[in-house]
Write a protein that binds this ligand. Structure first.
Ligand code: HEC
Length: 138
């Protein structure tokens, strides 16, 4: 009788060891899955980058506005060269927003004491395209 109980005890021990082994496996799988999800999120953000067509539209809008009377792509005139702006601000959503506001409001202080004219009549969506184009220059 004692032997039977002992054997049953061993069996139960083995079973529970198996169960916890299985649990460890599940946890590992979940972790792997999380990593995959993170990678997908990064890809989704990268996919939000402006397309070549967006950049071309930004370039066109910029040429139609007054920007080029104060800015050149590769040389400082009244305002900083656009390649220098692109070097200072990495192309990301936060900087698109920041510089869109700056172009619309105008102002000075980031490159010197000369002020940029305000552009209150430009649509934020259009200015954002211009900024996306500027920050793509390097
Ligand atoms: C009257 C001249 C003038 C015009 C017109 C002008 N800019 Fe500027 N821009 C400047 C000056 C000066 C600065 C530097 C401002 C500073 O030091 O903060 C500047 C800065 C900038 C910056 C960088 C801002 C920062 O905070 O670092 C961007 C981007 C920019 N201009 C885009 C544009 C766009 C787009 C247009 C057309 C819609 C435009 N500018 C029209 C003079 C001008």
């Amino acid at each position: 009788m004692k032997r039977v109980i002992f054997t049953a005890g061993i069996l139960i021990l083995m079973l529970s060891a198996n169960v916890s082994f299985a649990q460890t496996k599940t946890t590992k799988k979940t972790t792997t899955h999380k990593t995959v999800v993170k990678k997908t999120t990064t890809k989704a953000t990268a996919a939000k980058k402006p397309s070549a067509a967006d950049l071309e539209a930004g370039k066109g809008l910029l040429a139609k506005s007054d920007c080029l009377s104060c800015h050149k792509v590769d040389m400082k005139i009244v305002g900083p060269a656009y390649i220098d702006v692109a070097k200072k601000y990495p192309a990301n959503e936060a900087n698109y927003e920041l510089l869109t506001k700056k172009v619309i409001a105008g102002g000075s202080g980031n490159w010197g004491t000369t002020a940029m004219a305000a552009h209150p009549t430009l649509a934020a969506a259009d200015v954002k395209k211009m900024v996306e184009y500027i920050l793509s220059l390097k």
